[in-house]
Design a protein around this ligand. Structure first.
Ligand code: NDP
Ligand code: GDR
Length: 342
């Protein structure tokens, strides 16, 4: 039942990285947090357990592919706020499942917007947009007015959702915002994403559990921030007087290779790189052991080469700025990884 003292929020994708940190954040603010979880065989809420909040949130079935389920949930629960974090979020997978990705990430958002419009028009919606929508833009820094040039099925699906949010705001007066978030990571990041893969595999190399770390394109640049900082910006967007879109980014950009070098140092490796292209390898200077090698299986059919966000608007309007720089983020992630081995 809805209390007078608490706002009630639905977080879709509660089992994901951002879902966990946003739950923790909203609970601290006194929210009644309802988590939408899709039904699957593993049904894992390990991230909520890790943050020791699994018993503090209410879990309900939620499936972005199922219109009846979405209509029912939004009509009966009358949320103050919905944070739509659910998505097929792995860019590389979207090349193998382009239509499924679109059904979930694009039409799924259309389903939520229609349900809000018809059954709960005063509910505020946060939509998880992405820097991937910029694709290979020529802009040196990307902000809210930079032209989108999406280059993957994932980015195209997210751009549909982004424009639908903008349309429903204009056409129907729904309070809906898109946060254009640049890459953000944490100890709870999914293991298929490059930062977590690098750190988890470097730890395994250190403890001789695997021979080396295998990567694809190490020359793409990403603007990496900390998920725990970024969920605060999501909340701030929904507390504004007027709905709007905001870029959320860290203020620096680095290559994957630079991330590897920094993380390797945390594990006691000093890397020296040799060779070019798929023959490039990194050795540890002290032991001469091969630590990293390139594997063409991890390259994508198209790549986003360079992302660097400009979040001045969020800084000015939301009074939001990142608190954790890349070195600190890497240390947090490496310390967490090492704690599993002691
Ligand atoms: P995760 O991949 O960690 O989490 C995605 C969540 O979506 C999981 O809870 C997953 O459930 C759920 N989900 C997937 N498909 C469906 C479906 N059909 N119906 C209902 N739920 C579904 O993502 P993040 O937490 O990293 O990201 C959150 C959102 O922000 C995503 O939309 C992502 O695209 C977007 N984003 C992320 C950025 C980042 O750097 N992390 C940057 C910009 C945008 P299950 O556990 O069952 O798989
Ligand atoms: P990204 O994140 O595609 O930016 O999407 P990811 O960590 O998967 O890739 C970042 C960059 O690293 C390169 N790369 C590899 N990537 C992975 N996953 N595995 C590898 O072995 C590897 N080797 C090199 C990639 O080619 C890429 O250039 C993330 C997701 O969270 C999206 O949901 C989100 O929208 C964007 O960030 C912003």
């Amino acid at each position: 039942m809805k209390s007078n003292f608490k706002k009630k929020a639905l977080i879709t994708g509660i089992s994901g990285q951002d879902g966990a940190y946003l739950s923790e954040f909203l609970l601290k603010k006194g929210y009644h947090v309802v988590g939408g979880e899709r039904q699957n065989a593993s049904g894992s809420l390990w991230r909520l357990k890790e943050l020791k909040i699994e018993n503090k949130v209410e879990i309900i079935p939620f499936e972005l592919l199922e219109e009846n389920n979405i209509n029912h949930v939004i009509r009966t629960e009358k949320f103050d706020e919905i944070y739509n974090l659910a998505a097929q979020s792995f860019v590389a997978s979207s090349y193998n499942t382009p239509l499924f990705t679109s059904n979930v990430n694009a039409l799924g958002v259309g389903r939520i917007l229609e349900a809000i419009r018809h059954f709960s028009p005063s509910t505020r919606l946060y939509q998880a947009s992405t820097s991937e929508m910029y694709g290979n833009t020529k802009s040196k820094k990307q902000n809210e007015v930079t032209i989108f040039e999406p280059t993957s099925p994932y980015a195209i699906s997210k751009l549909y959702a982004h424009w639908m949010v903008s349309l429903y705001r204009e056409a129907y007066g729904i309070f809906c915002c898109s946060g254009i978030l640049f890459n953000h990571e944490s100890p709870l990041r999914g293991k298929e994403f490059v930062t977590k893969k690098i750190i988890s595999d470097l730890a395994k190399v250190k403890f001789n559990l695997i021979p080396c770390l295998k990567l694809g394109n190490i020359y793409s640049k990403r603007d990496w921030g900390y998920s725990k900082d970024y969920v605060e910006a999501m909340w701030k967007m929904l507390q504004q007087k007027k709905p709007d879109d905001f870029v959320i980014s860290s203020g620096s950009t680095h290559t994957v290779k630079s991330f590897v070098n920094k993380a390797a140092r945390e594990f006691g490796f000093e890397l020296t790189w040799k060779g070019h292209g798929i023959k490039e390898v990194a050795f540890d200077k002290k032991t001469n052991k091969m630590v990293v090698k390139i594997n063409k299986a991890f390259f994508r059919p198209t790549e986003v080469n360079y992302l660097f966000g400009d979040s001045k608007k969020a800084n000015k309007t939301l009074k939001w700025s990142p608190k954790t720089d890349l070195n600190k983020l890497i240390k947090i992630m490496c310390d967490y990884e090492l704690s599993k081995y002691v």
